[in-house]
Design a protein around this ligand. Structure first.
Ligand code: NAD
Length: 317
């Protein structure tokens, strides 16, 4: 039986990953780690144990790992791309000093660790189309710098100490439970809220700006599948390219407009978001994830759009 700690459990991904893991491994076996000011609420709070876990405090992580006999840590604490550009030092402290703390506890207590990387770990000099698994990673954002370092440090702990670290490079994640935390792909979530609220959508990135995206159920599945994969089959570890769909704003707008006929969109470009988006790949090659642990997404743009609109209509009613 797995005993799991999620650090950053109340964020966009953590709030849904915690519930999915509780469904699969039992409510009592999955601890939702949170920081003050970001407490769990509703079903997330009621359905299982939670504990304050600040990733910058190694002793705090260790005490929760010991108390709940944790064997697997999903470390989701981070500042996302746009926020990290305005607070680079804090982004490093949470993303890298925090990761160091997690890996040290994992080494001492024998835990497996999942710390996601991102399409943000690539930069302008990376091949942008069908970006290979192993390629140039020279990002110029602090988010990207922390993500490349995350990959290297996680591999270091595996190679040197045998800590079972594994991760994926998430694309922009589209979801309808918890709003995104300040990333460059947030527009692809916001656009659905505007459509359902009957508002005109103001798009912050230019027509033709292609980025990889994924619907939350596929993202959760990827994380859990990878952590359950047979280690003997893993040639790579930190971190796997995964992909589901790639589009620009005009394409997602048309996909929504098919179902919301009166929907309108205008552009008002945010220079920071545009600069970051331009430096990221248009589409990733996820062959290694498919071959090494059987990755395969279930949702494309059309099926995601149908589900997003249905869920948001029920939520915002
Ligand atoms: N959402 C996406 O589109 C996306 C894409 C690529 C990668 N990722 C990665 O996935 C992970 C989770 O992202 P998310 O979208 O859920 O982010 P989010 O901003 O929604 O959530 C981050 C969580 O970290 C917590 N946190 C902040 N400081 C902390 C600290 N000191 N100690 C412990 N927790 C702290 C926050 O309270 C929050 O719950 C991050 O590593 C992110 O870089 C996300």
């Amino acid at each position: 039986m797995k005993h799991i700690l999620i650090i950053g459990a109340t964020g966009q991904i953590g709030s849904e990953l915690t519930m999915e893991l509780r469904k699969r491994y039992g409510n009592q076996n999955v601890v939702a780690g949170y920081i003050l000011g970001a407490e769990p609420k509703g079903e997330l709070k009621e359905s299982g144990p939670s504990a304050i876990v600040d990733v910058t405090d190694g002793a705090m992580i260790e005490s929760v790992v010991r108390e709940y006999h944790i064997d697997t840590i999903y470390n989701l604490a981070a500042l996302l791309s746009v926020v990290a550009e305005s607070k680079p030092k804090l982004a490093w402290k949470i993303g890298i000093d925090g990761l160091w703390n997690v890996l040290e506890v994992a080494r001492e207590q024998g835990c497996a660790v999942f710390t996601p990387s991102s399409i943000g770990s690539f930069g302008s000099s990376t091949p942008h189309t069908k970006t290979p698994q192993d390629t140039i990673q020279r990002p110029r954002t602090m988010y990207g710098v922390t993500k490349v370092t995350t990959e290297l440090l996680s591999d270091y702990y595996f190679n040197k100490y045998g800590v079972d670290t594994r991760a994926v490079r998430f694309p922009g994640i589209i979801s309808n439970v918890t709003p995104p935390g300040g990333g460059t792909t947030d527009y692809a979530v916001d656009i659905y809220y505007s459509a359902v609220k009957g508002e005109k959508f103001v798009c912050p990135v230019k027509e033709g700006t292609l980025m990889d995206m994924m619907y939350m159920p596929d993202a959760l599945n990827a994380a859990i599948m990878l952590m359950e994969a047979d280690p003997a089959k893993l040639i790579h570890r930190n971190a796997f390219n995964i992909a589901a769909m790639s589009f620009g704003p005009e394409t997602i707008f048309q996909a929504i407009k098919k179902h919301v006929l009166e929907f309108e969109m205008v552009y008002n470009i945010d220079p920071l978001k545009q600069r970051i988006a331009d430096s990221w790949p248009d589409s990733l090659d996820d062959t290694c994830a498919r071959n090494e642990w059987g990755w395969k997404p279930a949702y494309d743009l059309e099926s995601m759009t149908v589900d997003m609109l249905e869920k948001l209509r029920a939520k915002l009613k």
